[in-house]
Each structure stands twice: as structure tokens, then as C-alpha cells.
Write a protein that binds this ligand. Structure first.
Ligand code: SF4
Length: 123
């Protein structure tokens, strides 16, 4: 058996570090793909509320709560705010798995994973 020299140790360390780096990168891409589920198309004949709608803008609305401006709404970063999405809001009426109607933003439909500052938890 070959002695475990410093040269051999360094060579193996570099190979191992490279493998972990590459594996880590792949894993991140995989995890990102899972977490970034795309929002489905809205039900036929209905259009999503535009995030540029003046009322939507005033309420900091986004069809995906992850896009919230956390500088304007730092409370959204709190762990207890994690489940604050349209699906859990008292103003929301579900139409299908991805969409529903909001009684405040009435110019279209909102995604179940949306959020605005008028959120109030369903009882
Ligand atoms: S009021 Fe509720 S349902 Fe309407 S956009 Fe805001 S969080 Fe979503």
C-alpha cells in the first residue's frame, strides 16, 4: 500500500472539495426548482389583477408573496408571516387551486400565493 503523503492528501482534498462544490451547486439548482413553483394560468376568461393597478400598488400587492418589498413591509419577514398569503386571507374566495377573487382588489383574480398589506387572517 502506498504511503499517505502530503501530495496525495492535497490531491484528494482538491478532488473532494471540487466534488462537494459541484454537488452543492446542483443541489441548489434542484432545490430552487422545487421552491419556485410557477403560478398557473388563471381560470378561463379571467385575468390576474395587475400589480401595476393603483390600488394594488398602494397595498404592496404581488401575485407571489415572495416578491413583496421587504423594505416597505419588514413584518413580512417574520416567521409568523410565512403563511400570510391570499389563500389564508378573509378577503379571498377560492376559484381553483391557484386562483381566487379578492373583495378588495376586484379588477381581476389573485393567486393563492399572493399577498397585500390588507391581509387579514381567515377565521
Ligand atoms: S386583501 Fe387578502 S386576498 Fe386580497 S390581495 Fe390582499 S392578501 Fe390577497
Amino acid at each position: 500500500m502506498e504511503p499517505f503523503t502530503r501530495k496525495r492528501f492535497l490531491k484528494r482534498s482538491i478532488v473532494l472539495a471540487s466534488a462537494l462544490f459541484l454537488l452543492g451547486g446542483e443541489w441548489n439548482l434542484f432545490a430552487k426548482g422545487i421552491n419556485e413553483e410557477k403560478i398557473s394560468d388563471p381560470p378561463d376568461g379571467l385575468k390576474p389583477v395587475s400589480e401595476n393597478d393603483p390600488t394594488a400598488q398602494a397595498l404592496g400587492f404581488h401575485q407571489d408573496a415572495k416578491n413583496t418589498d421587504f423594505n416597505l413591509y419588514p413584518e413580512r419577514k417574520q416567521p409568523q408571516a410565512k403563511n400570510q398569503v391570499c389563500l389564508q386571507c378573509a378577503q379571498f374566495t377560492k376559484l381553483n387551486e391557484g386562483w381566487g377573487k379578492c373583495s378588495i382588489l376586484t379588477n381581476g383574480v389573485v393567486a393563492t400565493k399572493g399577498w397585500c398589506s390588507a391581509f387579514s387572517k381567515k377565521m
